[in-house]
Design a protein around this ligand. Structure first.
Ligand SMILES: CSCCC(=O)/C(O)=C/O
Ligand SMILES: [Fe+2]
Ligand code: NI
Length: 168
């Protein structure tokens, strides 16, 4: 079974959505850090392009996750992300810049590891076990969509796993 089939069997939706070419957006996405005003401008520029998903799944909150080498607490954040966990709400990530690695695990603990990059849109249904880390590029910007912020807390499965990395 291919990684794509494995991930689809878990119910994970993985679509290609080209990042909008809104004037000024590329320059903002090329920055390492974004202040609150700049993050709001990115959400404003991209939000309309995911209106279909919001309408279908009832997502009515969105924000940006911005990770780069100088992000304060980056290593601590990655240590939280790279442990297998689930959420009570869908985890929806629209990758706008940079890249990352997701590991998706089935009920038997088999894991498939995939790389995501700008233009990838992923919807990880509530309850699907996963983990995340950055590639050697060490940066990602992703739009997060959610129905209910409380549903986004990570529930760790304590499943024993090795380091999360793309297979050589
Ligand atoms: C690609 S966004 C950073 C990772 C994240 O938000 C998460 O929940 C990973 O499981
Ligand atoms: Fe997660
Ligand atoms: Ni609601």
């Amino acid at each position: 079974m291919s990684d794509l089939e494995f991930v689809a069997d878990l119910g994970v939706q993985w679509l290609r959505r080209p990042v909008p070419t809104t004037p000024g957006l590329a320059a903002l996405l090329a920055q390492d850090a974004l202040n609150a005003e700049e993050q709001a401008a990115v959400v404003q520029a991209v939000g309309a392009s995911v209106a279909d998903a919001c309408a279908t799944h009832g997502y009515h909150s969105m924000d940006l996750v911005v990770l780069h080498p100088a992000t304060p607490g980056l290593e601590a954040a990655l240590q939280r992300f790279d442990q297998p966990h689930t959420h009570a709400d869908d985890e929806v990530r629209y990758i706008l810049e940079g890249e990352g690695i997701f590991g998706f695990l089935d009920a038997q603990g088999e894991e498939r590891v995939v790389c995501v990059r700008a233009g990838d849109y992923l919807r990880v249904p509530a309850g699907v076990e996963h983990r995340f880390t950055l590639t050697a590029v060490r940066r990602i910007k992703a739009l997060r969509l959610f129905a209910d912020t409380a549903g986004w807390a990570a529930h760790y499965t304590q499943r024993p796993v090795g380091p999360l990395a793309m297979k050589a």
